[in-house]
Write a protein of this length. Structure first.
Lengths: 525, 291, 367
């Protein structure tokens, strides 16, 4: 083979005159790594950079750098929203009215000052586009009593608002420019707004970076915004490239890039000469057992559910997930308010699991475990976890048939509540425990396990109460209580939060991961 | 005319005496490797040191005395998985080549013999399949049916039958006009009888050679689909899927190197055999198969 | 799989068909009639492929809305309805297909659900990337395949032939996806002979758009530095793809040349005392070229789809990755667009090959 390759290379030289290609020694100049520009590699999940339509990881990453939000999270701390475009905010005691005061010196990239009208336009547009991020504003109304004040009112108490508004999907757009490009915030925006393609070629924000070029398949280039009101970012140009995670590793080791976003713990293991930021991600992997006897007599049996809960080898799964991952003590990720301490996590108890299975009277049941076969979250493969779960439950006496399907097919059966056992994950929509009420009976995720309204009235009552409570310590207690109840009797078994890893060149500082948008590009220096 | 025929026959006899395919070193090597892999496939449970799906070892162990081919990302023994992989690739490749051969052969034979509308329909169908590149159509079919090994096999059959149909049709067309077939038909033999008794012997040789050559391609395409995640699903020990799993970690090269070599050796062996057999055919027929 | 050549490109064994000597007269009329018929059949085939693609995607047990909407939006009836309306999924299937065909007639391929752009815009970006890669591979393959194929034929059964035989069979036996990994790791990472993946350096601006093929565009604009960079990025994935086709063309060239070498006129040329290279070039290669070009055309088609196994590792933003992404996102218009383009390229290639066939060898009647 070697001889052939050399021969082929020789012919390639003749054919193309590309002497440098086979010239040996080092490859060409690395335009990316020198001086003023930064190369970041990620495995793209990018559909658009229009904040109103965007809700994919790569979109969040770049929109965070181009658009300011009312509040934001700094240095990866998701427990405390800090000022961004709003210098301060006040909340009414009933958690229904939030008043934001805007900073006066913020300008859009064309020099127009940012006003409350832009904020209201941007938020209304997100809501009316009826796209992926629209749910963030469900029940919220924005108004602008004066040019530098914005009021968000909610029909029901909503203590999560300060945690919702930092989402890059709620980035503030230059309303004049967007309207000129065919944008609208009208009620029929989903049919009449035409601004997306314009926003994919030129950003209309007030953030630290501008969109310089956009190719959803290969590369997005950002350049420094000269009119940015905040601290001038270090790099004049950031190139974000779409690269498979295994190649990202080679590139960052080789100096082709400076930051690799998507490495798995196994990939990051043993790398030297680079910095590794390694912390638990807020993504929750969990197993559910379908609560409907129509779907499965076994999985709907509470004793079976207990057998699964205590039959899973959490420590083994954690080892599989790699360094930096943590066991999920409850459904709420460890870095959010209301999460359970690690000591509350369920541990494997085989005798207890076997006893529960015996009590169920099911004998040695056979069930199928569905999971998305082509999906990776934080570099972790569902198939690997599923294979291990199959082995775990075999120890208990439960035969698991693996039922992998491509994500789109699997999602269909998952969202329609047809899976006997399911292995899925939940990513936070916003870093507030109220996002996890979705696991309660009759709610989004609960219904996927056919856990219908009224299945656990006490738990549901706690959920309603938690939603209306505004005091943080009372909220924390309530959410912990809810999770303990879920850990005692429910169709859900939280497994792990995989590690979120950022690998960067030794020379870089300011690389800290963020649970929502992976990292703050503008902080890197 | 008869002189030409006689001359041709003589030349063919001469060639086959001098170059019997089974005397060629490549064919012998190829056959030996194929047989070796067959033995591995049959006796995998005896040969493999471990259960191929048991996750019982430390993760990512380097190849060494303990594990000759190392262990993978779930702590499974790579050698055992490579050996068991033969049990998937070899029989499935044989199965799908046979299926494509039968489907394509029968359709092509009927098209060639009956001609007219039937011929047009079958061959346009074949064109339709050819208009799609194999792997893309196979991807679409497995996506539609669900990614499973069985569906990947179906997909490969769907894309590979037309080649046989073409070949058989061409052979039948030329045989149909030959003297002995014409005379047999004049004597009142039915179409089917003509096809099976008079034409089949002329067709069987080239088709079998094509099938031998196709075995390698079938293994490549099947493992390619598994590599893309559309064929074998975990924890099945399948070579293409193993290469994909190993590709995640370049520095754990042993996880994908060995299954890749397994594919290469099997396919190469089949091609050694097929290529030698093809050379033994007469050149015009060989040319029809060559592409 | 064994790629086929559409008739009448290949002469089936013993088929008394196309290889007949005809008078010069009527050749042009023949050509026009032939082209007309082939293009007509081609158009029907193209529509057929869109129907097949449409039906196949309908068979997929998944919901495009579920595949494209987020975990929250999917629970919101307003968002689901907006999605269906925007993408025309709220209409019955036959109507959807009819609407698609109607738009197609006007050159509108619909809007991709994953890129939110017209599919035609997506394709115009991704198709040239793949074509450039495949063209590079086929040029290399033709050069090496023909040169070494002739070498193998003239040294028949001696050691160079034996070695080349093993090498070419190894080429066609190599799993592309595997050799792509091995080559990338060794040549890029270990040896550092080529830059990493992608078509250009990070942040490097592509040449002005003329053909979409960066090599050609850079040359046309006289951007020689850029051309160098493009070629450096092209060389490794191109060679990886070529491994299979080099083997294939080498084998084919050898066989074709051997066939021609047996002819009387070659013996006559040799007897005249012409130097061997001249005999080969003038009397052997030219007739052998007919078949070689046919096979190269077929090989080019298979290269276009073979890139799907290579593009991911080389971060090549081509049609293979686009097809894969579209399939996993159930992006209907994109899937249809890809099938359409690929089918058109395939059919056009086959027609072109057949015409070339006639140009090179005037004895062949196009029928």
């Amino acid at each position: 083979m070697r001889v052939r390759t050399l021969a082929a290379c020789g012919a390639a030289i003749i054919a193309t005159g590309a002497l440098a290609a086979c010239g040996g020694g080092s490859s060409s100049s690395k335009s990316g790594s020198t001086g003023d520009s930064l190369v970041v590699e990620s495995s793209f999940n990018l559909k658009t950079s229009d904040p109103g339509r965007m809700f994919e990881p790569t979109g969040l990453l770049i929109d965070r750098a181009m658009y300011d939000t009312l509040l934001t999270f700094a240095n990866g701390d998701m427990t405390k929203p800090v000022p961004d475009l709003a210098t301060s905010y006040t909340a009414s005691p009933d958690a229904k009215t939030y008043t934001f005061t805007l900073r006066q010196d913020a300008k859009f990239s064309d020099g127009t000052p940012v006003t409350s009208a832009d904020v209201v336009f941007s938020l209304n547009r997100v809501a009316n586009l009826k796209g992926n991020p629209s749910f963030l504003l469900a029940g919220l109304t924005a108004s602008a009593p004066d040019p530098h004040t914005v009021v968000l009112t909610s029909a029901t108490p909503n203590p999560a608002v300060p945690f919702i508004v930092p989402n890059p999907a709620l980035g503030i757009l230059n309303s004049k420019a967007v309207k000129a490009a065919g944008g609208t915030d009208g009620a029929d925006a989903d049919k009449t707004d035409k601004a997306e393609s314009a926003l994919n070629s030129k950003s209309e924000g007030s953030g630290p970076y501008l969109l310089s070029s956009y190719n959803a398949a290969s590369e997005v280039v950002l350049t420094r915004n000269p009119t940015y009101w905040g601290t001038k970012p270090h790099y004049g140009k950031i190139v974000l490239r779409n690269v498979a995670s295994n190649v990202q590793k080679l590139d960052v080791l080789k100096g082709e890039s400076q930051i690799a976003v998507d490495l798995s713990p196994a990939q990051a293991q043993g790398m030297s000469g680079v910095n590794i930021v390694n912390g638990a991600s807020p993504n929750l992997f969990f197993v559910f057992t379908n609560n409907s006897p129509k779907v499965s007599a076994a999985t709907s049996n509470p004793d079976f559910q207990e057998a699964v809960r205590y039959g899973l080898d959490y420590a083994g799964l954690l080892q599989l997930a790699g360094t930096g991952s943590v066991q999920a003590a409850g459904v709420i990720p460890s870095m959010f308010l209301g999460s359970l301490p690690a000591s509350d996590a369920v541990q494997r108890d085989l005798p207890r699991a076997k006893a529960a299975l015996a009590k169920s009277g099911l004998g040695h049941p056979t069930v199928s475990l569905a999971y998305p076969s082509d999906l990776q979250v934080n570099g972790l493969n569902f198939g690997d976890l599923a294979a291990r779960i199959k082995q775990n439950l075999a120890d208990v006496g439960i035969t698991v048939n693996l039922a992998p399907a491509p994500t789109q097919t699997a999602l269909d059966s998952y969202r329609n509540g047809k899976e006997q056992l399911g292995l899925w994950y939940w990513g936070p929509d916003y870093p507030d425990p109220s996002d996890y009420l979705a696991f309660l009976p009759g709610q989004t995720v609960g219904l996927r396990a056919n856990w219908a309204k009224g299945a656990d009235p006490d738990l549901e009552a706690m959920g309603t109460q938690a939603q209306a409570t505004t005091d943080n310590s009372a909220r924390k207690d309530l959410y912990q209580q809810i999770q303990r109840s879920l850990n005692t009797a429910s169709p859900f078994m939280p497994l792990i939060q995989p590690a979120q890893i950022l690998v960067s060149a030794k020379s870089l500082t300011g690389v800290h991961s963020n649970a929502l948008w992976e990292l703050d590009l503008s902080d890197v220096s | 005319m008869t002189a030409v025929l006689a001359d041709r026959a003589a030349r063919r006899a001469e060639r086959s005496a001098a170059r019997s395919p089974w005397r060629q070193p490549l064919a012998v090597i190829g056959l030996a490797v194929v047989l070796a892999w067959l033995v591995v496939a049959i006796f995998a449970p005896l040969l493999a040191p471990q259960d191929p799906i048991a996750q019982q070892n430390p993760l990512f162990v380097h190849p060494g005395a303990q594990h000759w081919f190392g262990t993978d990302e779930l702590g499974r023994d790579v050698l055992s998985r490579v050996l068991y992989g033969a049990r998937i690739s070899m029989p499935l490749a044989a199965l799908l080549v046979t299926a494509s051969m039968i489907i394509g052969g029968v359709l092509g034979g009927i098209a060639g013999l009956l001609g007219g509308k039937v011929d047009a329909i079958v061959m346009r169908l074949a064109d339709l399949v050819f208009a799609f590149p194999g792997i893309i159509l196979a991807m679409a079919v497995t996506a539609a049916l669900g990614p499973q090994l069985r569906n990947a096999v179906i997909a490969v059959v769907v894309v590979s039958w037309p080649a046989y149909a073409r070949l058989v049709r061409g052979l039948v067309l030329s045989a149909r006009t030959s003297h002995y077939v014409l005379s047999s038909r004049l004597l009142g033999a039915s179409s089917l009888r003509t096809l099976f008794v008079d034409i089949r012997p002329n067709v069987a040789g080239p088709v079998l050679v094509m099938a031998a050559l196709d075995m390698g391609n079938a293994i490549l395409l099947l493992s390619g689909l598994s590599f893309l995640g559309l064929g074998a699903q975990p924890p099945t020990a399948e070579w293409g899927a193993m290469v994909a799993a190993g590709a995640v970690n370049f520095d754990k090269w042993w996880i994908s190197l060995f299954p890749g070599l397994a594919i290469l050796t099997v396919v190469l062996a089949f091609n050694f055999v097929g290529d030698t057999l093809r050379d033994a055919l007469d050149p015009r027929t060989a040319r029809a198969i060559r592409t | 799989m064994t790629p086929g050549v559409a008739e009448p490109g290949i002469v089936p064994a013993g088929d008394p068909g196309p290889a007949e000597v005809t008078a010069d007269r009527g050749r042009h009329a023949d050509l026009v009639r032939f082209l007309g018929r082939r293009v007509g059949i081609g158009a029907i085939l193209v529509v057929g492929t869109t129907l097949v693609a449409f039906l196949l995607t309908q068979l997929v047990p998944g919901d495009p809305a579920a595949a494209n909407l987020g975990q929250r939006a999917i629970s919101d009836p307003a968002a689901v309805q907006a999605f269906r309306q925007q993408n025309g999924l709220d209409k019955p299937l036959p109507v959807q297909y009819a609407i698609y065909l109607g738009h197609l007639l006007r050159g509108n391929l619909g809007t991709s659900q994953q890129s939110h752009r017209p599919v035609s815009t997506d394709l115009s970006e991704y198709v040239p990337a793949t074509v450039e890669l495949a063209l590079f591979a086929i040029v290399i393959s033709l050069l090496l395949g023909v040169v070494f194929g002739v070498l193998a034929a003239v040294t028949r059964d001696r050691w160079p032939d034996q070695v080349l035989r093993v090498v070419s069979l190894a080429g066609v036996s190599m799993p592309t996806f595997w050799i792509a990994l091995v080559a990338f790791y060794v040549v890029f990472f270990k040896l550092g002979w080529v830059p990493g993946g992608g078509r250009l350096e990070p942040g490097q601006a592509p040449p002005g758009h003329i053909t979409g093929l960066y090599t050609v565009d850079a040359a046309l604009h006289g951007q020689w530095d850029l051309l160098g960079s493009v070629l450096q990025h092209l060389v490794l994935p191109g060679l990886v793809l070529a491994v299979y086709t080099i083997g294939m063309l080498l084998r084919f060239t050898r066989a074709s040349v051997l066939e021609v070498l047996g002819n009387d006129y070659v013996r006559a040329a040799r007897a005249k005392g012409l130097p061997e290279w001249l005999v080969i070039r003038r009397h052997v290669l030219r007739p052998a070229l007919v078949g070689i070009i046919t096979v190269a055309g077929v090989a080019f088609g298979s290269l276009l789809s073979g890139t799907v196994l290579v593009e991911n590792i080389y971060s090549w933003p081509g049609i293979g990755q686009y097809a894969f992404r579209s399939a996993t996102n159930l992006d209907l218009p994109a899937i249809m667009g890809v099938s359409l383009v690929v089918a058109i390229v395939y059919i056009a290639l086959n027609i072109a090959v057949d015409v070339l066939y006639g140009v090179i060898d005037p004895r062949i009647r196009l029928s």
